[in-house]
Each structure stands twice: as structure tokens, then as C-alpha cells.
Write a protein that binds this ligand. Structure first.
Ligand SMILES: [Zn+2]
Length: 338
């Protein structure tokens, strides 16, 4: 029997506190993460690894998150100061110490979610008016498993899914906390963007991981918005984007690939239209079209059938006319679903 959350962490509360503290710790040093990514740092990786271990062993001792944060911060400052005694002139250590002096606690993952959810709400003007909520759930191991013990398929120990109810979409961020580090945190915006754009406002009769519409065409739309949204967070946009793209490539399923190619086929066709003749305008039009269809109430099979049809739009004259009618406002996008 694999261990359950209680065996490993004692309680969900302790687990949530450890996640909160790890995310705060990475957040304190967020300005240094580009250097960490480019392998230009000597100390930060080891300091973070030591602190993760301390958080794991001490998370159940704190009365609340604030007390945990203060204890964690003091521990990290001591760790850096001890290293400075051995390397008094090291500029990296002094920069890291300075960052701890400016640190204050925040619910880092919730703030990332709130910012992205706010952006998603503005693009779904015509969709269903649902509330969205973030849940954090425990994973016993890496979400897509390991090649052999300790050798994981990708460095991102996070995954997400969405449960849609009538007026509420619950987005569940699933975390394998044992190995949750800076790269896992940096992959969260891409994961959440997929859930918010593809699923939170979708109006369909079912979920299906094999849907070329829901997981593929809409994933193209998620990437389209992620390009912009990844720059709006307080984390360094360049690596939020590069780690998000990397996560997407590493977890590329056939349906996702197929749907993205279909969306790009639509962009190609739109860009060649005499009334458009611009790649930028074609991409915006394709994104708006997918949002409108995604929010339209229809069975998922009908959306998948439309996606398949778009794959051959270059030879489908009635579909071309339907898109022209949609562009002029003569017909809604949902007219193509019947
Ligand atoms: Zn999905």
C-alpha cells in the first residue's frame, strides 16, 4: 500500500503549510531565478534544498502560516550568514541576504491563480458566468510517474484538473510536495492557464481527455493567452514562459497536438482572407472564435466534429462561408455546431 497523506504529513493542514512555506521561500528569491535557470549561481540551489528539508520536518510545529514564515525566514538568514562567514566577499550571498530583509509572507499560489483567473474572466465576456475557485490537493508521487525510482519524466511535480458544476468551476492544483521546487512553481501558471481557458468556462455535456476540441484546439487558445499572461505575474516572465512551454512539450498528447494543428490551420486560412491579410489579426480572430464556441452550450461531440471539419477548411466552401458570416456578425459561432 502506498502511504497516504496522513502517514506522510500528519494532516492536510500541515501539508498545506509546508506547501505555503516552500512557495514563499522560492518567492523571496524570485529575482534570482533567471540566474538559477542559467546556472550562474553557486549557493542558492543548496540553500533552497536545505530549507525545503527543514520545512518538511518542522511544518507541524507552527501555530499558523505567519509563525511558520517567520521561523523559516530566520532559518534561511542564519544559513546564509553562516556561509558568509566562510566566504565574506561573495556577492551572491550578500544579494540573497538582502532579499531576505525585504521578504514578507504571501499566499503565492493563490495570488498567481487570482491574477490568471481575473484575466480569464475578461476574455470570456459571452460565456457562462461561473465563479472559479482554487483547491490544492496532495499527490503521493510525480503526476506522470518516473522512469525508475527518483528519475522523473519531467521536473514539474504538479498537475491540474477542473471540476465544473453549475455556477462554479473548481480548479484542483495537485502537488507532489516532496520534490516541489522552483521549476514546479514556475510551471503552475501554464497549468492554470490551460484549466482556466480550456475548462473553467466550457459549456459541454461531459469531460473527455481525448477531445481534440477541449484538450487540443482550446489548448492552442490557452497558449495564445499564456504568451501575454506569463508576463503579468510578479515572477520573471521569461522563465515562466520557457518553463510553461517546456511543460507543454513534455506532456504533449496526440489529441493536444492534433487540436493545435487544427487551430493553426484556421489561423492560416483566416490570414489569407482578403479582409484580414494579417497574422496577428487572424490569431486574435481564431482565439475569439474558439472562446465563443467553448462557451456555447452544446454536446462535446459537436465541438469535436467542428474541429475535425476545420482541419479541411481549405477545401470546405460551406465552412468558409460560415466563417465569413461569423466575421461580419451575420451568424454566431455556435451556428457552425449544428
Ligand atoms: Zn485539459
Amino acid at each position: 500500500m502506498p502511504p497516504n497523506l496522513r502517514d506522510k504529513w500528519g494532516s492536510k493542514e500541515t501539508w498545506l503549510r509546508a506547501l505555503y512555506l516552500r512557495a514563499n521561500l522560492i518567492w523571496i528569491f524570485r529575482q534570482e531565478l533567471v540566474r538559477l535557470e542559467l546556472d550562474q549561481l553557486h549557493w542558492l540551489g543548496a540553500i533552497l534544498d536545505d530549507a525545503y528539508l527543514t520545512i518538511t520536518t518542522q511544518a507541524n510545529r507552527h501555530a499558523d502560516n505567519d509563525e511558520g514564515f517567520d521561523a523559516c525566514l530566520e532559518w534561511v538568514r542564519n544559513n546564509i550568514e553562516q556561509r558568509i562567514e566562510m566566504a565574506p566577499e561573495d556577492p551572491e550571498l550578500h544579494r540573497l541576504l538582502q532579499l531576505t530583509e525585504e521578504a514578507h509572507p504571501s499566499d503565492v499560489i493563490q495570488e498567481i491563480f487570482d491574477k490568471l483567473a481575473g484575466s480569464a474572466q475578461t476574455i470570456y465576456r459571452s460565456g457562462p458566468r461561473r465563479k472559479v475557485r482554487l483547491l490544492r490537493e496532495w499527490l503521493n508521487t510525480h503526476p506522470v510517474g518516473s522512469v525508475r525510482p527518483g528519475d522523473f519524466r519531467d521536473p514539474y511535480h504538479v498537475d491540474a484538473l477542473t471540476n465544473v458544476r453549475q455556477q462554479l468551476s473548481e480548479i484542483e492544483l495537485r502537488v507532489h510536495l516532496d520534490d516541489f521546487d522552483a521549476w514546479s512553481l514556475l510551471a503552475i501558471p501554464a497549468l492554470l492557464t490551460h484549466e482556466l481557458v480550456c475548462h473553467a468556462y466550457a459549456s459541454e455535456d461531459r469531460d473527455n481527455q481525448q477531445s481534440i476540441w477541449a484538450e487540443g484546439v482550446m489548448d492552442w487558445t490557452a497558449v495564445f493567452f499564456f504568451e501575454k499572461w506569463s508576463r503579468l505575474l510578479k515572477l520573471p516572465g521569461a522563465i515562466v514562459k520557457s518553463r510553461g512551454d517546456d511543460l507543454w512539450v513534455r506532456r504533449m498528447a496526440p489529441t493536444r497536438y492534433t487540436g493545435r494543428v487544427i487551430a493553426d490551420t484556421l489561423v492560416d486560412w483566416l490570414a489569407a482572407e482578403p479582409t484580414i491579410q494579417s497574422l496577428d489579426v487572424a490569431q486574435v480572430a481564431a482565439a475569439n472564435f474558439t472562446l465563443e464556441v467553448n462557451g456555447a452550450v452544446a454536446p462535446l461531440w459537436a465541438k469535436d466534429a467542428l474541429a475535425s471539419r476545420i482541419a479541411t477548411i481549405w477545401s470546405d466552401k460551406p465552412l468558409q462561408e460560415a466563417f465569413r458570416a461569423w466575421r461580419t456578425g451575420a451568424a454566431p459561432a455556435a451556428a457552425m455546431l449544428s
